[in-house]
Write a protein that binds this ligand. Structure first.
Ligand code: PSV
Ligand code: MN
Ligand code: MN
Length: 427
């Protein structure tokens, strides 16, 4: 379903005067602090986050799955759904495809459709955690780490095919997430598994085009419950360094044991110039893939604070990052959920842009711990939503994306078109 620009403008009219008083109030407050409000709004407007092609349907759990209705049954429909999100928020100008779930039947046609919605192709994701029908050698006991060369070769070849496809689409990165590991002590020889993984990644890396990145994800557990080959950022970093300068670590926020200090990991990776990008989500226990900012918004802010300081203001030479959401929707409308995530990510970014870094550096030099906290929390406690709204209006988006989505009955229309008991392709 396409959303008309006129519908957005019309809906905005009813909300404009309230927004104007909110932004006037905030702008004068920020200007008094010496902040350049227009510049901040431009930065927010430029910031785009890719939507994963696997997040547009109801994911479910191993205990069951409940259809949301109107879920996309093809890549074309997924792009149309992202088109809705982007039209309303103007912050989701890219899609991250999972292969082979989302192999386009006609590359030029899909590129045309995506460009119609102003959507670019971000990182492509390979899948060696499932066997495909008729697959000659299984990944049951691992893919890039497998003790059998035939399984490893198959997984390597799959990644090479994904790079080729991504190249045709205009992607500039390959994301590798491996389910490889062991569920029981003794199942794997750790050193051999790591060695095989490094060797396989090097072979994949040799096909990475010069203007691409290889993004290596880590995850402490699941689906294996005893050990995961790439279990943490250190292992990912080591493997990236073992490949070459185009290889980087990808931080999926849900892939940490509870209470891990993710912002410190981000800072360390930046220092090494090896931070590749993010999979944004939120988590209470582990990899819960919840809406960004729904559980730990302060952590999200602290991560962005490291990014703003570490990239914009004290460039450590880290290449530009890939920004993606990686979430799963069991009980919420995925389109609404993704819009909530985008809002939370942008809020954290905007709050980080407000941090008085000079004052913070002074307070740190004076070891004035209370003042350090005051400075961070002053930014975090600012209601930055009017800045986000101003950026959306400037870019042609909606003042209230979820409000208009509901008012226009988008989900109901999708259910009419696609049916009630739908299953999104891929999951
Ligand atoms: C599994 O944990 C996972 O959520 C990883 O984060 C990947 O990025 C994603 O699936 C898609 O393969
Ligand atoms: Mn991920
Ligand atoms: Mn995950």
């Amino acid at each position: 379903m396409n959303i008309d620009k006129e519908q957005i403008v019309d809906n905005n009219k009813q909300l404009l005067s309230e927004h104007q008083s909110n932004i006037d109030f905030l702008s004068s407050k920020l200007a008094n602090k010496g902040l350049d409000v227009d510049e901040i709004i431009c930065r927010i407007e430029d910031f785009q986050v890719a939507i994963p092609s696997w997040a547009l349907g109801a994911g479910g759990t191993r205990f069951g799955r409940f259809s949301i209705g109107g879920e996309p049954g093809s890549l074309e429909e997924k792009i149309e759904d992202i088109g809705v999100i982007h039209a309303l928020t103007r912050t989701a100008g890219a899609v991250s495809l999972h292969i082979p779930w989302d192999i386009p039947s006609d590359i030029n046609a899909i590129k045309e459709l995506a460009s119609l919605h102003s959507i670019a192709f971000d990182a492509v994701n390979s899948n060696t955690f499932q066997d495909q029908v008729g697959q000659a050698y299984s990944y049951k006991y691992g893919s890039l780490c497998n003790v059998h060369q035939q399984s490893r070769d198959l997984a390597i070849q799959h990644n090479l095919d994904v790079i080729k496809l991504g190249d045709q689409l205009g992607s500039k990165a390959l994301t590798v997430w491996l389910a490889d590991g062991a569920s029981f002590p003794g199942q794997n020889n750790f050193r051999k598994a790591l060695h095989n993984t490094q060797d396989s990644l090097q072979q994949i890396y040799s096909a990475i085009p010069d203007d691409w990145k290889l993004l290596i994800e880590y995850k402490p557990y699941e689906p294996n419950f005893y050990s995961t080959v790439i279990q943490d950022w250190g292992t990912s970093l080591m493997l990236a360094e073992g490949c070459g300068e185009k290889a980087h670590t990808l931080v999926d926020l849900g892939h940490h044991l509870p209470n891990t200090n993710i912002e410190q990991i981000v800072s360390t990776l930046l220092t090494k110039g090896r931070l590749g990008g993010f999979h944004f989500n939120d988590s209470k226990y582990g990899d819960d893939d919840l809406t960004c900012g729904s559980i730990k918004p302060y952590q999200l802010f602290l991560i962005f604070n490291e990014l703003v300081w570490g990239m914009d203001q004290n460039d450590a030479g880290n290449p530009p990052l890939s920004w993606m959401i990686d979430a799963s929707h069991n009980v919420k409308d995925p389109i609404e959920d993704l819009m909530q995530s985008l809002e939370a990510i942008n809020m954290a970014y905007a709050q980080a842009l407000l941090v008085d870094q000079k004052a913070l550096a002074h307070a740190q030099a004076d070891s004035d711990v209370s003042l350090c906290q005051e400075i961070l929390q002053e930014a975090y406690r600012t209601d930055v939503r009017p800045l986000l709204t101003a950026a959306r209006i400037k870019a042609g988006g909606a003042i209230d994306p979820i409000g208009i989505y509901r008012e226009l009955g988008v989900r109901q229309n999708l259910i009419k078109q696609r049916g009630q008991n739908t299953v999104a392709t891929g999951l």
